[in-house]
Structure formats: structure tokens, C-alpha cells
Design a protein around this ligand. Sequence first.
Ligand code: PLP
Length: 401
Amino acid sequence: MADFTHAFARRTRMRGGDGLTSILAGSPPGVLSMTGGFPNPATFPTDELDEIAARLLRDDAAVALQYTPCEGIASVREYLVDRQEQLQGRRPEPAELVVTSGGMECIALMCQTLIDPGDTVVVEAPSYLGALMAFGGAEADTVAIATDDEGLRVDALAERLADGLRPKFVYTIPEYQNPTGRTLPLERRHELVELCRRHRALIFEDVAYRELPFDGASLPSLWSLAPDIVVQAGTFSKSFFPGVRLGWATGPAEVIAELAAAKQITDQCAGGLGQRLVEEYGRAGGFERHLPAARALYASHWAALSAALGRHMPEGVGWTEPAGGFLTWVTLPEEVDTLAMRSAATAAGVAYVPGAPFHVGANGHNTLRLSFSHLTEVELETAVERLAAVVRAAPGRRGRG
Ligand SMILES: Cc1ncc(COP(=O)(O)O)c(C=O)c1O
């Protein structure tokens, strides 16, 4: 068989491990999986989608099934501008918003627009695997800044900037972060914005989970605080459904224009059908009707997982307390290696994502990410019971109870 590996571009070797691929691959039958950050299918509004899709095909095929302008269908853009104002208290100018094929495409467009090989990008330690792989693939020099229970340590970033670090942008996920589930408090948001303004650093804010607070309340987005220095990537993957592959980027007009230009040489436009589905669903009040139930579902799953962790995990194990989204981050004793522990966990019938791939460099060996979106409350209890038994038996912990 012909071997084409010699022809692969250099960037194919820069993306980093197989982390995301193995998460997306799923788990063997019988294994209770807490891996993928996928929304629960029970939150998909299938009846309404059925009705809207039929109507679009019947009455709007010339738009919904056609290529669309690169920056998005005009009525969809108008809807998204209104929605930003309604949800985030600030109205972008039309030139400050572009429709994207999801959040991940926005990350890819930012790479195309801003990163030359060797350029510095700042990320949180740990951060979203897809973004780390994209930055690696763009041959960025990715610099990780420490986080604590309140997210990005702005003081640590301030030190690095004072020492001369000049990032092309600072990538942050302020709400229910992937992978830690943590949220950046208001005071730090103001500090981050002021710091970056002083250093003329662009902030790249990823709001993938923002619309899933357990209690319905949100802090101001970074973009709403500083639209002059923040590009926001939004997605309908968690609040609507990932199959729609739809999101937005909003930020300074000159950056948005370049993102739209970059989109001309990727997919040229987000799918028209998905754009019109979001618009019709949104204008009919679908998000307001359905999101409360999704938030309540994830809140009750978290309550069950949190209680199970408290009941079953041995001493020396800690976890974050998300206020929304569907991820928590577990820290095991120093001597446990969660990558090595994965096969024992699979054999015991439970799956998680090891923490190391979410880090730049060799960190986080004793951490792991749990998603509580899919399993039922009863399954979460069983999954944690199994995981706790695996942790107790992990090499380095034997005999320690
Ligand atoms: C923080 C974060 N950003 C972006 C994405 C990608 O979103 P999309 O499905 O819209 O490409 C995800 C998906 O898991 C995510 O967790």
C-alpha cells in the first residue's frame, strides 16, 4: 500500500497528542462514560425543530438551502446582534459580528488571522484541548498562566506581561471553563480587561458554556466590558445542539473583517439551514422556553455527582464546584497518574478524560475531567463508586486505604 506520510505538512506534527480523538471516540459498551463535553440529547428541542425545518424547506428553500454571504445571512446577523444586546447588554455594530460554523471554527479563524509560526498565545492552565491543538497546529508558542479556584490568575499574567511577554492574544473561557468548570469573578474580569488594555493585548473570550448557569444568572462578558480589546467566540453547540454547527464572533471591526476574509478560504459560509434554524427558533422564543429545563437538568446532575464524590472518594481527592455547564475537574493525590489509571478504570466500567492533555507541557498528571451531562443521577452514583475504587487501588496508593 502506498505511504503518503512523507507528504504530510509540518503542522500535522504540531497539533499535540491524540487527546481529542480519543474523547470523541466514545467508550466500550457497559462503561459509564463521563468523557465528552456533549450536551444531553434530552435538551434537543426536536418537536420544534421538526416544525421549523419543514417550514423552512417548504417556504424558504431559496435562502436556507443556498450558499449564504460569508459573514452570514442578513436576517440572521440582525437576530444575533439583537441577541447580544438582550443577553450581554451591549449591541455590536453590524461590522462587529460574523456568523461562524461553531466555536471551534472561530478559534481556527483567529489562528489564521493572528498567528504566524513562533508567535505567542496565552492560555489558562489547564485549557480547552481543541484550542490547544489549534494553537499548536498554527505553530504558536503557547504560554500557560496559572489558574486557581477563581480561574485565570490575573496577577500571574500581569507579572509575565511586565516581564516583556507579548502575546498575540490571551485565550480565556470565563464561565464554567473547559476543563475545570470554574468561573472568573467580576473583579478579576475588570482587572483582566484593565491589564490587557494597558498592554494593548487582545483578549480572546470563549463563551461556549455561558448560557448554562445553574441559577440562570450571568456575570458581564469580557466583550461587554471591553469591546475594543475583546474578540468573543460564541456557539450554539451547548445551548441548542452541536449538529447545527453554528456560532458567532464579535469584536473590533478590523479583526472581524479579517476573520470573515479568513472564512472565505475555509468554508466560505456557515450552512444556511442551520443559520435559519437558529434564527427562527430564537425569534419564536425557543431559547427562553427551553434553556431553563437544560439548566435544571445539569444542575440536578451536578448535585448528584457532587454528593457521590463526597460519599465515595477517598481522602486526598479534591474537585471543583462549577456554577454551570457540565464539567468538573478532579485532583487526585500527587502519586497517581490518571493517564496510566485509564485502562483500570475502563476495566472497572467507568471512563474519564485524563488531565495532562489539557496542559501545555508536562503538568496535571494527577488530574482528570468529568462530564456530568449524559449519565443519569443513578448512573453518576455508580460511576463515582467505580472510579473511587479504581483510585483507591491506583499504583502508589496501594495499602493507603
Ligand atoms: C470551551 C469550548 N470552546 C469551543 C468548543 C467548540 O464548540 P463548537 O462545537 O461550537 O465548535 C467547545 C466544545 O466542546 C468548548 O468546550
